[in-house]
Write a protein that binds this ligand. Structure first.
Ligand SMILES: [Zn+2]
Ligand SMILES: [Zn+2]
Ligand SMILES: [Zn+2]
Length: 118
């Protein structure tokens, strides 16, 4: 290691881990924000509908409007597998005040149906 003492090396490691722990919640927050229907503000639930311009809206909103609720374009028969697979990766809290369990976003609605704190 040219010009870097061992203690410098460890302090740079510490710095690295500090910045990661600060960045991860932000990334997580950003990821979750992409998994929320822009119309009803609820976490997407499969199947997710996509309009011809590429907006994604939840199935309930697609059923309610019969077209894109953002730009009014026609909905296309394409499932948004990207969002669906992200739902299986990120964990969310169900939101009932006493419930401390974290569930996969893809299992959120199952959990809400049987959460003991609802
Ligand atoms: Zn919606
Ligand atoms: Zn649209
Ligand atoms: Zn719960």
């Amino acid at each position: 290691m040219d010009g870097l003492s061992v203690s410098d090396f460890y302090s740079s490691l510490t710095f690295f881990s500090t910045s990661v722990s600060e960045v991860v919640p932000t990334l997580r927050q950003q990821l979750i924000s992409t998994l929320i229907c822009p119309i009803c503000k609820l976490i997407f639930r499969s199947p997710i509908s996509t309009c011809s311009l590429g907006h994604s809206i939840c199935f309930a909103c697609a059923t309610r409007f019969g077209k894109c609720g953002i730009c009014a374009s026609a909905l296309v028969a394409i499932r948004n597998y990207t969002i669906e697979s992200q739902l299986a990766l990120v964990e969310v809290n169900c939101g009932f005040p006493l419930c401390t369990s974290w569930v996969k976003a893809s299992n959120l609605y199952d959990h809400l149906g049987k959460c003991e704190f609802r």
